[in-house]
Ligand binder design. Structure first.
Ligand SMILES: Cc1ncc(COP(=O)(O)O)c(C=O)c1O
Length: 529
């Protein structure tokens, strides 16, 4: 065993990258495999008595709706269908088979298998979207409840789950913006959508498909969306702003509320692409920043698979004022019964068939329920820490630089994590945060540092538990008893990140009296080795 492999096995160097040989079959599309007359299943002839009792069932279907000829479906035996799809599946590099490297934003996250099992329950998987609503009350309840959750997370008032992808949800936003201006008699005049170059390309492509001209803003010298460029771009023609935040660079626009204000003053609406919401869940809300519309990608932020993993779902949210334009149907609840409301005269119509990818909504709902509000906030903290960690690793590669938001030491997530950790340990008493400039000799020579300390008067940590506090998933093993459980993952990432930035995190604690977490961060980044 090479020392490199040993290091990986010992867990010192992370998971071992695997070599992979893709299976390749000389497999045609299923239509080419068709043999006329072959059948997967032979349906028994109907008994005479049943046929007589039923009469000519074809007559119950109106003539214009009847097929003139059989559908052009491939004809294969069951075993040939099975072999075909097994071979094709072997050619797929799916998330479960992958090599510890995400293939894209949708597959880099954890999609718990328990949610898959829930979605495969016959009560869910055997539903048909054309069933009478009385027979799908449970599923409608899940749609309704998840809508209430997204309202809380986003600060907006109504949601539709009809779009089958983020881009379809963004298109829905564009169509609603168009409908809104048309209702105000401004369809001709309001013909421009403003976006930024680091927003997802869908934020330009979708309004274009919806018939708008698209104005793209370039960033200021620090990589932030350029406020001056926005001021120059708005006019009487501005129909709206459609932007991603944090942008696809990972940079959060700190002047987002000002962007919204300027566009509103020009008579435009603002749509928030929240496909990158993993880092802001429970931290900031589209509604609070003044947005009129938003979308979430359930397959990115809410642990449902996409791409190699399964069908997607985009959730479009709007203010109460714009709810009349949402696609039909929307799910309503009268206190006793759920119903699908199609009677909405100002609707933009249908974006996609039926009312959404039900299993995806169920999985997202299950995920949120398993985490709770506090867990969602922790998701955001860990997501940002992970990003910073990865960013730092990438920047250590020779030749790689991040031209934007340079020198921004993103320590706020470390602070947030230490604070939320302290709050978890402190049912009564208080938590104090102190930040001060200092000089530190730990690295040999005196260097200017910032010292952040979070002091709590909570329950404290036992000496034996302090040793494992910063190890991921060990807090659970140690059975540390407190009101709010944590995994230690956030603390582990925080400490590693601080170390990578040339700093450190220490914890001191006295059982029954509280703890002090101190983070020391040099003011200058360590030189690249
Ligand atoms: C920020 C952002 N917006 C929109 C989309 C489009 O979503 P979808 O791929 O589901 O159409 C993506 C997908 O990568 C995205 O990252």
């Amino acid at each position: 065993m090479s020392s490199e492999i040993r290091r990986h096995r010992m867990g010192e160097a992370g998971p071992l990258p695997r070599r992979f040989h893709q299976a390749r079959w000389d497999e045609s599309v299923i239509f080419d495999l068709s043999t006329p007359g072959a059948r997967g299943l032979l349906v028994p002839e109907v008994e005479r008595e049943v046929a007589d009792a039923a009469g000519n069932v074809l007559e119950t279907i109106p003539e214009p709706l009847r097929r003139a000829s059989p559908p052009a479906l491939p004809e294969l035996s069951q075993v040939h269908v099975l072999r075909h799809y097994l071979r094709v599946s072997q050619e797929t590099l799916g998330a479960d088979l992958n090599i510890d490297v995400g293939q894209g934003t949708c597959t880099m996250k954890h999609n718990p298998k328990i949610n898959e099992q829930l979605a495969r329950l016959p009560e869910i998987s055997e539903l048909h979207p054309l069933q009478d609503e009385d027979t799908v009350q449970g599923m409608l309840e899940i749609f309704y409840r998840f809508e209430q959750i997204l309202k809380e997370i986003s600060g907006l008032d109504r949601f539709t789950f009809q779009p089958g992808a983020g881009s379809q949800a963004i298109y829905t936003n564009a169509a609603i913006i168009r409908a809104y201006h048309a209702t105000n008699g401004q369809a001709e005049q309001k013909d421009e959508i403003i976006t930024t170059i680091f927003s997802h390309p869908s934020d330009a492509a979708c309004p274009k498909v919806a018939g708008f001209k698209v104005i793209t803003l370039y960033p200021d010298e620090n990589g932030y969306p350029d406020l001056e460029a926005l001021k120059a771009a708005v006019s009487d023609h501005t129909a709206g702003l459609m932007i991603t935040n944090p942008e696809d660079t990972g940079i959060f626009n700190p002047r987002i509320a000002e962007f919204v204000r300027i566009v509103h003053e020009a008579g435009g609406l603002c749509a928030y692409d929240q496909a990158n919401a993993n880092g802001i869940l429970g931290v900031t809300r589209a509604g609070d920043a003044g947005f009129d519309l938003c979308q979430f990608n359930l397959h990115k932020t809410f642990a449902t698979p996409h791409g190699c993993g399964g069908p997607a779902a985009g959730a479009t949210g709007v203010t109460a004022e714009l709810a009349r334009f949402l696609p039909v149907p929307v799910v309503e609840f009268d206190g006793e019964r759920y119903r699908l409301d199609y009677d909405r005269p100002e609707t933009i119509g249908k974006i996609r068939q039926f009312y959404g990818v039900a299993p995806a909504v169920l999985k997202a709902y299950a995920w949120v329920m398993s985490l709770g509000a506090e867990g969602l906030r922790q998701v955001a903290e860990v997501a940002v820490l992970n990003n910073n960690y990865l960013m730092h690793k990438v920047l250590q590669i020779r030749g790689v630089s991040a031209p934007y938001a340079q020198g921004k030491r993103r320590v706020e997530q470390v602070l947030l994590n230490l604070l939320s950790n302290a709050v978890k340990f402190t049912e009564k008493g208080g938590v104090t945060l102190r930040a001060e400039g200092a000089s530190d000799n730990a690295a040999g020579a005196a260097r200017p540092v910032v010292r952040l300390s979070v002091t709590d008067t909570g329950m404290g940590i036992k000496v034996e538990d302090l040793a494992t506090l910063f190890q991921p998933f060990r807090q659970i093993d140690s059975g540390l008893a407190r009101n709010h459980e944590g995994t230690g993952l956030g603390l582990a990432i925080c400490r590693r990140l601080a170390e990578l930035l040339g700093g450190e995190i220490r914890a001191e604690s006295e059982w029954g009296k509280g703890s002090v977490f101190t983070c020391i961060m040099p003011l200058k980044e360590p030189a690249k080795s």
